[in-house]
Design a protein around this ligand. Structure first.
Ligand code: NA7
Length: 535
């Protein structure tokens, strides 16, 4: 049944994924009243929606979990190194039960508008179910990869077979046995689902616009010993996570790949490849993410790996990316490249054979029409800003967030944006977010936001809002850090490049989780320097 929606609360939270759940818990501890609106029928966010076959996290379970409750981390029993979506969703549900979170979450409800009332200094929030709530603070815990997108291909709506988007997979099992299936997209969702769908389908045709770099995940059941070992040192490990670059502790490299002999670097890359860790490869040398020549060495090495696995030379060639390693989100897979050796799988390289249209029967490229019983769209998201700008958010003077950000998102610390008092974003653009272990970044933001609200209350203040100058300086800093890396060299969703018309701005903060945390702590310590606080 539906929760009763209060007319007035201290805080409205949008989204009941890992961010919204932890936020609700912390707000309660701070004695604040809150209501969480969630579109789905249960908690879990990303892990509620992305139920496609093969969906897994690519950060290890023992690290991709909440740290805020030492008892929770001791009690929960993870099964796999890289758990599947059902296991992670079960974890989210476990947390919701443990802290009785659902009592303040209104499910099946999307926030459609939030308007700031300057006179009352409150947010007026409306939902698609007709709710109207007044709140002092609005927190968008809407996720970085939650506004899914279909490809802009003519005729999409004319297709008569079954269609699926990986981010809106049906809750009931989908069986592709005996079916001719086409899939568009080879990012993480494609790379994870393709091997699983290939095992069922009569034939699977993969339409690839840009190949991914993918490493074998080497997934396995966790052993009793490694779980015990982590549980014994969890507190120290959490601190290491918080101070690390990606929210996953790694050895700090000291050597350039260009200084290493071929034999040595082959051994190092081989070890990273065997370890089943993305971060191990990218942090094996000092310069892989910042220097083109260094990156080329890693790129050629990975191309060699792909060509050693994939038997058909043209297919192998088509699977080799030409952009620098790590500049688009790299993937972790289970049998991805091997799948192209199956007789029932074919790869269509859209750079050579572009799609013309979707027809009632399938997909027509410049070469021919392919007929399918089902089409899977693994075409990704309007990343980082999509979930924010699709809500009608209006700040001071009725200014719309979407319009204010029409040339690209502008934030201070990825937490707030000038002109929108008492609006917080959890892992917004300008924060490390998608370049990190999301749970580490989520916890840091939630803690910071709750501390800020408590500070305002203690000081008898009512509003907090970034100063435009501080915001400009942060945006410049985010850009500077990004331009010192190879990231801007790829047409990635980090850059907004997957959404036609979206401005090309590198959105996440590439300076690392540890450095970023220091900066946020310093801002708070200095009386929320760079924010305007008012009575
Ligand atoms: P991604 O990583 O954005 O991947 C989407 C894929 O779909 C990617 O290969 C795109 O090619 C492709 N795509 C998108 N639009 C089209 C059109 N119009 N035609 C052909 N191909 C298209 O999303 P995922 O869901 O896989 O993963 C998102 C993140 O979730 C992932 O990185 C992890 O952080 C977890 P493109 O590269 O744009 O050329």
């Amino acid at each position: 049944e539906r929760r009763e929606v209060p007319g007035t609360v201290d805080v409205v939270v949008v989204g009941a994924g890992f961010a919204g759940m932890y936020l609700l818990h912390e707000l309660r501890l701070a004695g604040l009243s809150a209501v969480v609106f969630e579109k789905g029928t249960d908690v879990g966010g990303t892990w509620y929606w992305n139920r496609y076959p093969g969906a897994r996290v690519d950060v290890e379970s023992l690290a991709y979990s909440y740290s805020f409750d030492p008892d929770l981390e001791q009690r929960f029993e993870w099964q796999e190194r890289y758990p599947t979506q059902p296991e992670i969703l079960a974890y989210a549900r476990h947390v919701a039960d443990r802290f009785d979170l659902r009592r303040d979450i209104v499910f099946r409800t999307a926030v459609t508008a939030a308007h700031y009332d300057e006179a009352a200094k409150t947010w007026q929030v409306r939902t698609d179910q007709g709710d109207a709530v007044t709140a002092q603070y609005l927190v968008m815990a809407t996720g970085c990869l939650s506004a899914s997108k279909l490809p802009e291909i003519p005729g999409l709506e004319t297709y008569e077979g079954a269609t699926y988007h990986t981010a809106h997979w049906p809750h009931e099992d989908v069986d592709f046995t005996g079916k001719r299936v086409g899939i568009i997209g080879t990012g993480s969702s494609g790379v994870q689902s393709i091997p699983v769908i290939a095992e069922q389908a009569a034939h699977l045709t993969v339409f690839q616009r840009t190949p991914a770099y993918s490493l074998p995940a080497r997934n396995r059941k966790l052993t009793v010993e490694e779980i015990a070992d982590m549980k014994a040192r969890y507190r120290a490990y959490r601190k290491e996570q918080q101070e690390s670059g990606f929210g996953v502790p790694t050895a700090i490299p000291t050597k350039s790949v260009l200084e290493a002999s071929e034999e040595e670097r082959n051994a190092v890359f081989e070890q990273a490849w065997e370890s089943g860790s993305l971060v191990n490869l990218l942090t094996a040398y000092t310069d892989l993410t910042i220097d083109q020549e260094a990156n080329d060495v890693a790129k050629r090495w990975i191309h060699g790996k792909i060509k050693a696995i994939v038997e058909d030379p043209q297919t192998a060639e088509d699977l080799c990316p030409d952009y620098p390693v790590g500049t688009k989100r790299p993937c972790l897979d289970t049998g991805y490249y091997e799948t192209y050796n199956r007789a029932n799988v074919s790869l269509i390289n859209l750079r050579r054979e572009p799609i013309v249209e979707i027809t009632p029967r399938g997909i027509r490229t410049e070469a021919r029409e392919y007929e399918f019983d089902a089409i899977v769209y693994a075409t990704g998201f309007d990343a980082m800003t999509g979930a924010l700008t699709k809500v009608d958010i209006r700040g001071r003077g009725g200014a719309s967030l979407a319009e204010t950000w029409s040339a690209g998102p502008r934030t201070y610390l990825g937490i707030g944006t000038a002109g929108f008092p008492n609006l917080f974003m959890i892992t917004g653009p300008g924060s490390p977010s998608v370049l990190s272990n999301m749970i580490v970044s989520i916890e840091q933001h939630v803690d910071w936001v709750c501390d800020a609200i408590e500070h305002l209350r203690a000081q008898g203040l009512t509003t907090i809002e970034p100063q435009p100058e501080a915001q400009d300086a942060w945006v410049d800093h985010v850009n500077e850090v990004a331009s010192a890396t190879l990231y801007p060299k790829a047409n990635s969703w980090y850059m907004g490049a997957n959404v036609p018309g979206k401005p090309r701005v590198f959105m996440p903060y590439a300076g690392g989780v540890g450095e970023y945390r220091k900066k946020c702590d310093e801002v708070a310590r200095n009386g929320y320097e760079g924010f305007v606080l008012q009575r």
